[in-house]
Design a protein around this ligand. Structure first.
Ligand SMILES: [Zn+2]
Length: 211
């Protein structure tokens, strides 16, 4: 018992001298990282966990957009575009359900025939909607001829609202508004419509019908 106390006291002295040493103070006087801010400013565990979670999502999101989406869509995303996609998630984060959808789409959460075929070790990776094509993620969200009419409807509706956007999955799925358009684009109108379309597609994800 006595030795234990002695050790504790010794530890205390060591820690104290470490903290007060001028050198250490200078070393730690740098700017705190985002992670340190998260840990330092949080009072409750619950919000701490959700903040860590969110930060991890942001990190992963960048990676996934940079590698997987870029490969699928056969294009490169600049830093600026990735920033746009991340900001997009923040804008639509008022509603948890919408935020969830946004995350699931960007993070490529939805199961596809291609992934299911790998999981089940089968060779059938055809689109579940029965169009005969290979069921990749991009196919299920965008390319499938049974999904295209829905997107076309969304675009023609936006056109009626005097908003002409390029017919591009990057805009509707990742929230990256690529080109500068002549007329200003009301993202507050466009984005909810794209998300609604996403919900419609996701709802009948596995059924062989037109959304
Ligand atoms: Zn299909």
């Amino acid at each position: 018992m006595e030795t234990k106390e002695k050790i504790n006291k010794w530890d205390y002295i060591k820690i104290k001298s470490f903290c007060t040493a001028k050198e250490t103070v200078n070393k730690t006087a740098r700017k705190p990282t985002a992670w340190e801010n998260i840990f330092a400013n949080d009072i409750t565990n619950r919000s701490l966990i959700s903040k860590i979670y969110r930060e991890l999502i942001q990190l992963n999101k960048r990676k996934i957009i940079q590698s997987k989406w870029a490969k699928d869509l056969n294009r490169h995303f600049s830093k600026e575009y990735i920033q746009k996609a991340r900001r997009h998630m923040k804008i639509s984060s008022k509603s948890l359900i919408i935020q969830e959808m946004q995350i699931k789409t960007t993070m490529r959460y939805h199961l596809t025939p291609v992934r299911m075929a790998i999981i089940n070790k089968s060779t059938n990776n055809k689109c579940w909607r029965g169009c005969g094509e290979k069921g990749t993620l991009l196919h299920c969200w965008w390319e499938c001829r049974l999904v295209q009419p829905l997107w076309k409807t969304v675009w023609s509706f936006l056109k009626k609202l005097k908003m002409e956007l390029p017919f591009d999955p990057v805009i509707s799925l990742l929230g990256i508004y690529t080109k500068k358009t002549e007329k200003p684009i009301r993202k507050d109108i466009c984005s909810p419509m794209f998300i609604a379309a996403q919900f419609t597609i996701a709802k009948i994800w596995k059924q062989p019908k037109c959304p």
